[in-house]
Design a protein around this ligand. Structure first.
Ligand SMILES: [Mg+2]
Length: 153
C-alpha cells in the first residue's frame, strides 16, 4: 500500500510485523475484532508476521487460528535479526515493550499500542505513533487517510 504524506513525501508499506504479548493479545487473550482486521489486511495484500518471545507458549495455536506466520524471537537482538531478514523500508512494526525496540529501530513506521500490559518507556523514543489498542493500530492500515493525517507535518 502506497501512502502520500505532506510535501509530496510518499512511502510504501507491504509487511506488518507484530508483537504478541501486550500487543496482539492482552493478558493472553486476543481482542474481539482482531481476526476480522487481519483478514481484511490480508485481502488488501499485506503480509503479516508475528515476532514473539512466546512467553505463554500460545503462539502456534493463536497464529494458526489467525492464519498468520510467526517467528520465535526471545530477545530484542533476536527480533532485530528477524527484522533485518525483511525489506525493512516497506515494514511497519507494532509492539508495546522494550524487546520491540529491535523491530522499531529498523521499521519504516513504528507503532506502540498502549493497552493493559503497558508500554516500556524506552520504546517511546523509537516509535512514530502511539495508539490505544491493537484494533486502532490495524485500522491505520485499513483507513489509509487516518494514517496519512497522523503523519502529516
Ligand atoms: Mg509485547
Amino acid at each position: 500500500m502506497q501512502y502520500k504524506v505532506s510535501h509530496g513525501e510518499t512511502f510504501e508499506i507491504n509487511t506488518l510485523v507484530l508483537d504478541l504479548n501486550g500487543t496482539l493479545s492482552v493478558n493472553g487473550w486476543v481482542l474481539e475484532g482482531v481476526k476480522e482486521r487481519i483478514d481484511k489486511l490480508n485481502s488488501l495484500g499485506f503480509k503479516i508476521i508475528l515476532f514473539t518471545g512466546n512467553q505463554r507458549g500460545t503462539a502456534g495455536k493463536l497464529c494458526g487460528d489467525l492464519g498468520i506466520e510467526y517467528k520465535v524471537a526471545q530477545t530484542c537482538k533476536d527480533k532485530e535479526e528477524e527484522m533485518l531478514k525483511l525489506d525493512t523500508n516497506k515494514c511497519a512494526a507494532i509492539g508495546n515493550a522494550r524487546i520491540d525496540i529491535g523491530t522499531f529501530k529498523h521499521a519504516k513506521l513504528s507503532i506502540l499500542t498502549l493497552q493493559a500490559e503497558g508500554i516500556h518507556a524506552k520504546a517511546i523514543s523509537h516509535v512514530d505513533i502511539i495508539v490505544p489498542s491493537i484494533l486502532d493500530a490495524l485500522d491505520l492500515f485499513i483507513n489509509k487517510d487516518s494514517l496519512c493525517a497522523t503523519l502529516r507535518e
